[in-house]
Design a protein around this ligand. Structure first.
Ligand code: AMP
Length: 547
């Protein structure tokens, strides 16, 4: 017997319809590439998203065809989120920090028909347009009078001119909720990037889950600053969850430095922010020497890489901001776990609470996880045993998007579970802690050393700005850890001082064999440390006991 409730397909257009009707005056504030601050409401965003959908009709972009964005976080990008997907096309968000050759490759693989870019990325468009035969229309996300005349890009249009040419009403089409809505290519540290292809159903379910109190806890009373880019896993789904809750949205545009972020938080009375640790490091480095304080910020979600304890302490103790440590992946839309405490933790000492907060957290309803050994046997949840982390759920990929003529393996699942490539422990309360990416774990004398643990201790030293731990080949131990360190400006630190700092914080055999001081640690397109590049930089390095 079937239930007798109304059947309505879950759709991305329904999110912006809801925001327009029930939070029409809700604000969307954007720092623009043009340098100024732009303000409008959900009502205006919804109207312009529909105009964009009509413009895509005029351009004859068919249902299911891909429309790409190369853009910062801003209102026009938000309109693409709803106008492209809501009308049944697929939004392909491109990470502008990828190499131009790789951008051309993903455009070809996705067979993008239209590419819209912020003016700051005009040099990329100029460099690659001739190598992108699938693209029928290049669009600059700017006013008609700001369109440069001599770009060399045939038929380049201005976004505002395309929208201005449309008038009259538009009704969102209705279709199956499993229809593809957007796609995002993984960082692709080895080989060509692979794309996760999200659906309307997966996106709406994820938006619901993300807003829950023990997840991101978003509400109509929040002013949200997604610093995490809209080109990286849909800014962790925040644009969708914000429309679902009616929260105010504050977009930082290209201003990602500490001062710009701090000024925007204060100006727009941001209560809630989300980003990767490297961004928050820049913010703290701006605030500390200038003696600054927050007047509105209450909570921040930190994920994408392990959040160092020193950062949680700084936010919590010094600035009164609660840190929510989150873990996820492009292949998971991205949220998998979030670290919020349970009742039993509330009476614990601050030190014990911190041990919990450092973990990547517990599963969100909709995602299940397990850890397994090399033979795919499930391992115990004791907080000590580590194994390969596998996940499943309605917003986890089943297959990667297969491009034209693509012969790569695109079916990653093992018995219905997605192998994350992360190594983790899970404790008896269901809190997962990432030990490492499986390729970054350091195997020393038959034991595993977590590079994250070694890095966390280093960045707790007051003179250290950033640290990356990698394993070096060793004839006796197999591998031994060394730590590459960037000092804070004006700070002095010797190798011996930092190694002494490990005493009592790590077992003796886990203490790195050496410290290498660098001016910078290579960061990838999504702000994560690139250990493969670091290994290239240190390719002639020899461990002290082998010299
Ligand atoms: P991406 O698909 O680029 O977002 O990368 C996903 C990967 O980032 C995960 O598989 C983890 O290795 C890493 N990651 C994400 N969040 C965290 C976190 N909170 N702690 C440690 N690693 C993380």
């Amino acid at each position: 017997m079937l239930g007798l409730m109304q059947s309505q397909q879950l759709s991305i257009s329904s999110l912006i319809d809801f925001a327009e009707r029930h939070h029409g005056e809700g604000q969307i504030v954007s720092r623009r590439v043009e340098g100024d601050i732009h303000r409008y409401t959900y009502k205006e965003c919804a109207a312009r998203s529909r105009q964009l959908a009509k413009a895509l009709d005029t351009l004859k972009v068919a249902f299911g065809e891909r429309v790409a964005s190369i853009a910062w976080n801003g209102y026009r990008h938000m309109e693409m989120y709803f106008g492209v997907s809501g009308s049944g096309r697929v939004l392909h968000t491109i990470n502008p920090r990828m190499h131009p050759e790789q951008i051309a490759w993903v455009i070809g693989h996705a067979q993008d028909q239209v590419v819209c870019f912020d003016m700051s990325f005009l040099p990329i468009a100029k460099a690659i347009h001739a190598k992108c035969p699938s693209v029928r229309q290049w669009v600059a996300l700017c006013d008609a009078d700001k369109l440069p005349a001599d770009t060399g890009i045939p038929g380049l249009a201005s976004y505002e001119a395309l929208l201005a040419a449309e008038s009259g009403g538009y009704a969102w089409p209705e279709f199956d909720e499993n229809t593809a809505s957007s796609m995002c290519y993984t960082s692709g540290t080895t080989g060509n990037p692979k794309a996760a292809l999200y659906s309307h159903r997966s996106t709406v379910l994820h938006a619901y889950a993300a807003a829950l109190p023990d997840v991101m806890s978003l509400s109509a009373r929040d002013s949200i600053l997604p610093v995490v880019p809209m080109f990286h896993v849909n800014a962790w789904g925040i644009p969708y969850s914000a429309a679902l809750t009616g929260a105010k949205l504050v977009f930082p545009g290209p201003g990602m430095d500490g001062k710009s972020i701090y000024d925007l938080i204060e100006l727009e009375q941001v209560t809630y922010a989300a980003g990767v640790p490297t961004i928050w490091q820049m913010l703290l480095s701006h605030m500390e020497p200038n003696g600054l304080r927050f007047s509105s910020l209450k909570r921040t979600v930190i994920g994408g890489s392990a959040c160092p304890p020193a950062m949680i302490t700084a936010f919590n103790d010094k600035y009164g901001v609660e840190v929510l440590h989150a873990w996820g992946m492009t292949e998971m839309s991205p949220l998998g776990t979030l670290c919020t405490l349970k009742n039993k933790h509330l009476t614990m000492s601050e030190a014990d609470k911190m041990k919990v907060r450092l973990k990547q957290g517990r599963c969100i309803y909709g995602v299940d996880m397990k850890i397994v050994d090399g033979n795919n046997n499930e391992l115990p949840w004791d907080g000590k045993t580590y194994g390969d982390l596998l996940v499943k759920g309605p917003w986890v990929v089943r297959e990667y998007f297969k491009g034209v003529g693509d012969t790569e393996a695109v079916k990653p699942l093992i018995d219905g579970w997605f192998p994350t490539g992360d190594v983790a422990t899970i404790d008896a309360d269901g809190y997962m802690q990432i030990t490492d990416r499986s390729k970054d774990v350091i195997k020393s004398g038959g034991e595993w050393i977590s590079s994250i643990d070694i890095e966390n201790i280093a960045v707790a030293h007051p003179a250290v700005a950033m640290a990356a731990c990698i394993g070096m080949r060793h004839p006796k131990w197999d591998e031994r850890p060394i730590v590459a360190v960037v000092k804070k400006p004006g700070q002095e630190l010797t190798r011996e001082e930092l190694l002494a700092f490990y005493a009592g914080k790590a077992a003796k055999w886990q203490v790195p064999d050496d410290v290498v001081f660098l001016d910078a640690i290579p960061l990838g397109a999504t702000g994560k440390m690139q250990k493969t590049k670091l290994r290239d930089i240190l390719k002639d390095y020899v461990l002290p006991d082998l010299r």
